[in-house]
Write a protein that binds this ligand. Structure first.
Ligand SMILES: C[S@@+](CC[C@H](N)C(=O)[O-])C[C@H]1O[C@@H](n2cnc3c(N)ncnc32)[C@H](O)[C@@H]1O
Length: 148
């Protein structure tokens, strides 16, 4: 039903190499290599500064309904986290589009392993004002870590 539209080229070979936890910055550059036969679908993408990349956690074998995120010492329901161990192993990453070279999109902000299958790409159009965003347990964990 779903098939990869391309693959991520990333400097990360192993999960342990990807920055994680509170304050982790995702500034690594990578390339989204789109299948040549789908290149026409990238027409006009250059005008967007940021993209949503929808991808598959192809190296996650199982899932857990309660996750133990590195950003907190308390467990949280999987759907309240960005855990790689989910019933449907789908990842979502916002990246900055640096440039396009044909079917290759050079981006900044990858947190995927090298060779990760890409399922879809869409322009990122944020419409929710910062003051309306609630960040749930993550905001509480950040406040606790500043106190400790
Ligand atoms: C916390 S998840 C967040 C991913 C994405 N930003 C999201 O919100 O869906 C990021 C972690 O997924 C893991 N990961 C990256 N690529 C993967 C892959 N292809 N298969 C399994 N795990 C992967 C790495 O350990 C990385 O630190």
């Amino acid at each position: 039903m779903m098939r990869p539209i391309g693959f991520v080229r990333s400097p990360f070979e192993d999960r342990s190499e990807v920055p994680r936890g509170l304050g982790a910055k995702h500034t690594q550059e990578g390339v989204l290599e789109i299948l040549p036969e789908l290149e026409e679908g990238l027409t006009d993408i250059e005008g967007f500064s940021h993209l949503l990349v929808i991808w598959a956690f192809d190296r996650s074998e199982d899932f857990e309904l309660m996750s133990h995120p590195p950003s907190d010492n308390r467990p949280h329901g999987v759907f309240a986290t960005r855990s790689p161990f989910r019933p449907n192993p789908i990842g979502l990453t916002v990246v900055e589009l640096l440039r396009r070279e044909g079917n290759r999109l050079h981006v900044r902000g990858v947190d995927m392993l090298d060779g990760t299958p890409i399922l879809d790409i869409k322009p990122y159009l944020s419409s929710i004002p910062m003051e309306e965003l609630r960040r749930g347990w993550l905001a509480e964990a950040e406040a606790r870590s500043k106190r400790d």
